[in-house]
Design a protein around this ligand. Sequence first.
Ligand code: ZN
Length: 287
Amino acid sequence: MIDELDIAMKAREFIRLCGPSAVPVSVDAYAAQIGGQVLKETLGENEDAWSFRDSAGRYRICVNCTHNARRQRFSVCHEVAHVVLGIPSDHTAPSWSYSRRPPGEIACDVFAAELLLPYQQFKPRVDGSDLSIAAIGSLADEFDASLISTGSRFATFSREICALIVSEGGKVRYSARSARLREARGWIRPGFPLPTDSFSARIRAGERPSGREDADPDSWFEDWARDGALFEDALHLSQWDQTLTLLWFDDEGLAAPVPERKQWDDDAYLLRELDGILPWPSGKKRR
Ligand SMILES: [Zn+2]
């Protein structure tokens, strides 16, 4: 199992070496820091990027120019991660299968997310943001990163009791939870179908989103045993049948913790929660 915190620290150290940076970050500057150069190439549809060392010892990072710009930025950071972490590429497993993705690839994704959405610049903006999908969208624009990777890190770093859930085909594929929600043992099971009549299920069915709504904690969280009002905001990306759901509790209304009824095996879920990245649609192979 990889040590996510260790990788995040290495990424932050690397960012420091690159010197002061504006937002959005320059991925070319990251490439330059490893003596690399980014080349735009037409690669196979499922290929994100690949890199090699030329005869002069310089890294050439070939990124797929047919992908959208934000995905290319992530891909460049991923390739930089391979060099900095000294992890050889292993792109045999499908990227959409988190459980089958090699630990080295996950490590590079963690590093890449840290480069693209640097903690030092990102965290204060999270703290100053409203809890809404629109606010996450603004941050994604500001950092020139995908909505999903921005939203995942938004939830992970939030001071609130909140989660960002990514569903595909109406089923939960991934969730990122804030520290306080993890402490509160709010767990959303992967594979779980979007609750019937939830805001998320309805916008997937074609209803027009109209801002946040009240939500039922019991329909979202397993073994939820607390009071407190839950709110839900959602966005449906119809081209991939992906639904983004932001859930958060009203702080004031949340009752004191009840004794734990169940001992969760948090370690088993740690990776999934901390990665904060899922920037490509399923069925796409990442390199
Ligand atoms: Zn890789």
